[in-house]
Design a protein around this ligand. Structure first.
Ligand code: GLN
Length: 277
C-alpha cells in the first residue's frame, strides 16, 4: 500500500469512530511514523513506506481510535511559531489560545508573567517574538514546569525565563509590564460533556477548578494590580460564556479599560485590562 491508500483507509476508520478531522489526524500520525521509520535500516519512500513506518502507524492509529490525543501520541503540537513538547502533564496547546499571544504582541513589554504556564506555550511564544523581553512562568505542577523548561531550551529562550512553582501569585514578587494566563476555567458541572480526548487524557487541574470555573480569575484579579506596573496589561483566556463575569471580576479589582476579544470562531476568548496609572 502506498501513502495515499494508507491515509484514506485511516481517515475512514477515524471518521467512522466519530473522530472529527480524521484525515488531518491521519496525516499527522503518518508523518510522525514516517519520520521515525526513516531511522530504520530498511529504506523507504513515500510510495513504499518501510515495515517500521507501517508498524508505528498502525499502533498510532489504534491509540487514536481509543481517543488518545494526537499530541500525546506524537509528543508535540504546533502552536504559534513553534512545535511544543506535549505530555499528559500539561494542557494541550490549542489554536484558540493563539489569540492571546496575538493580542499580547500588539503592545510593548519587557517583563512578562505567565500564571499557570503548563507547556509554556504562551510565555515561550512571547519571549521568542521579543528578544529583549524576560519572563516568569509559574505552575503548581512540578511535572509541568519540567515540560516548559524543555520547551524553553528547545526554542532557545531558556536564558530569559524562570519557572517557579507557585499557586497564582503566592510566591511571586516584582512588577510586570504584562501578565498572561490561560487558567482552568471549566466548571465542574461541564466536565462530563467534554470530548474524551480532553476529559480522559488532559490534566484535570489544568481544566477545572472543581467549582464554578471562576476561582482562578478571583485569585488572579486580587493580585494583579500589585504585580503590574502602572499602565501594565493583563490578558486572560476565558470560556466563551464567561466574558461578563470575568469583566466584572477585573473591574471590581480596580483594573481599567476591560475588554472582551473574540476568537476565530467568533466566540469570546480573551479578556484584557490595564492597571491604573
Ligand atoms: N480551552 C480548553 C477547553 O475548552 C480549556 C482550557 C482551560 O480551562 N484553560 O477544552
Amino acid at each position: 500500500m502506498n501513502e495515499n491508500d494508507i491515509l484514506a483507509r485511516a481517515a475512514k476508520a477515524l471518521n467512522a469512530a466519530g473522530i472529527e478531522g480524521g484525515a488531518r489526524d491521519a496525516r499527522k500520525l503518518y508523518d510522525h511514523a514516517y519520520q521515525c521509520g526513516g531511522r530504520a535500516q530498511e529504506p523507504q519512500s513515500r510510495d513504499r513506506p518501510n515495515a517500521m513506518t507501517l508498524a508505528l502507524f498502525e499502533s498510532a492509529l489504534t491509540e487514536r481510535l481509543a481517543r488518545r490525543p494526537v499530541s500525546h501520541i506524537v509528543g508535540k503540537r504546533a502552536f504559534w511559531s513553534h512545535d511544543f513538547i506535549v505530555t499528559p502533564d500539561v494542557l494541550d496547546p490549542r489554536p484558540e489560545t493563539e489569540l492571546l499571544v496575538e493580542l499580547a504582541l500588539q503592545g510593548p513589554f519587557k517583563r512578562v508573567l505567565d500564571l499557570g504556564t503548563g507547556s509554556g506555550c504562551i510565555l515561550i511564544s512571547l519571549l521568542a517574538a521579543r528578544p529583549e523581553a524576560r519572563g516568569v512562568g509559574t505552575d503548581i505542577s512540578d511535572k509541568a514546569v519540567l515540560v516548559a523548561g524543555q520547551n524553553a531550551a528547545a526554542i532557545g529562550v531558556a536564558d530569559r525565563l524562570i519557572l517557579p512553582l507557585s499557586e497564582w501569585f503566592d510566591d511571586i514578587g516584582g512588577r510586570y509590564d504584562l501578565i498572561v494566563s490561560n487558567p482552568p476555567y471549566i466548571a465542574a458541572a461541564e466536565m462530563a460533556a467534554l470530548q474524551p480526548e480532553v476529559r480522559e487524557y488532559e490534566p484535570r487541574m489544568a481544566l477545572t477548578d472543581g467549582a464554578d470555573g471562576l476561582t482562578a480569575y478571583h485569585a488572579i484579579a486580587k493580585g494583579a494590580r500589585a504585580h503590574l506596573v502602572p499602565g501594565g496589561r493583563i490578558l486572560l483566556e476565558i470560556g466563551p460564556t464567561q466574558g461578563a463575569q470575568v469583566t466584572r471580576i477585573l473591574a471590581d479589582a480596580g483594573l481599567e479599560d476591560v475588554q472582551i476579544h473574540s476568537d476565530m470562531d467568533g466566540r469570546d476568548r480573551v479578556v484584557s485590562a490595564i492597571s491604573p496609572e
